[in-house]
Design a protein around this ligand. Sequence first.
Ligand code: NAD
Length: 421
Amino acid sequence: MSEDSLLDHALIRLDEAANHLSIDADVIEKLKYARETTKVRLMIRMDDGSRKSFLAWRCRYDDTRGPTKGGIRFHPNSTADEVETLAFWMTFKCAVMNLPYGGGKGAVQVDPRKLSKAELERLSRAYMQAFARIIGPDRDIPAPDVYTNSMIMGWMADEYAQIVGQHQPAVITGKPLALGGSLGRGDATARGGYYLVRHLADDLGLSGVMRVAVQGFGNAGQHIARLLAADGHKIVAVSDSQGAVRAGAGLDVAMLIDAKGRGQSVAATAGTGGHESLSTDDIVGVDCDLLVPAALENMIDRDNAGSVRARLVLELANGPVTSEADAILADKGVVVLPDILANAGGVTVSYFEWVQNRQGYYWTVEEIHDRLRAIMEREGRAIWTLANDRGITVRTAAYVHALSRLADAIEAHGTQSFFTS
Ligand code: NAD
């Protein structure tokens, strides 16, 4: 594995957490490597009659605490390293939230915007055909991730049902409501982060109106902007892959969401309603209280971390801050609410969906929100207290919190001292 692999960077956080716990060496040996990563080539028929192949992966990183859980990403730059790293993060995220799951992830190396809708359906079904032996409601449960959505999950659930010959909605989460999806799944990731910020606002010295910048304006970015704006906070800048806009007095969030709904970039709103255009790269250094990275990995690195002016970073994206940037932000006194806690609302409501599918009884949206809020506040408070008691960053505290649960489960199979004494 190369020095610069994403997984190597992720494992630095495991080592840091291990320094704060007394755990058996078996635990690190088990968590340093993915349990299984399967790579396939999916061959599909294109609309013009040709056949085309796409690389695809499914990784089950660790299943000590339960079946593996994690999304499927469709992205032209996906790699095995990225998939394993995302699965490693899922292992820790599920442990942070005390969900009865291990961590997994999947991807197809494809730009879905270049496929027709029929090609996208064939690719989604081909993914399930290739991985049905690995996947299952008690084995490995996928969900949506970047550039996949509920319709894709619905196609995959249908394909799985055809393969096993029975209705098995708990095989995949993030499904459309009509196919056994859960109320509240659409905005769960952002809502979890929103509950966390609201719960810790006083502790963070952010009880007034916050000025917020959001990087990435997809599912997570749009919902966090909507939820915070509804509470009276000002969304002062947002970006997507094609541009960015800002407005010191606050952007018109409804107009931005409307533009995205019509397939436009947020940049298309520049010049209307006081929106001024901004370079995509400049979003990180915007003057604000709260910066929400909600795009992709490694967006805040050693080159731009010094420009961050926010007091708080809420990581709705997975891995948006590199380990070098982490140190720079800590030195500047910027608090980072880390991905494995901040964006865990998504997997938590996915867990609710799986529970509802298995019991065949469905909850109201109020029940979903109440249960999500209770878990976010419980685990967020425990991690915040741990960080303060030990004088460590919130990220390290989140890893310590998760690692101690993972260690309990791994050590319950017997430690070195058990077998040698
Ligand atoms: P999405 O595909 O809906 O949105 C991604 C957004 O990022 C798009 O607006 C895209 O234009 C933008 N983007 C891409 N490159 C960019 C760049 N260089 N600068 C600015 N914006 C850029 O994806 P999503 O579901 O909102 O996921 C976003 C992040 O949140 C990912 O890291 C994902 O893993 C993470 N996440 C999502 C969920 C969920 O439930 N949706 C759950 C947990 C974590």
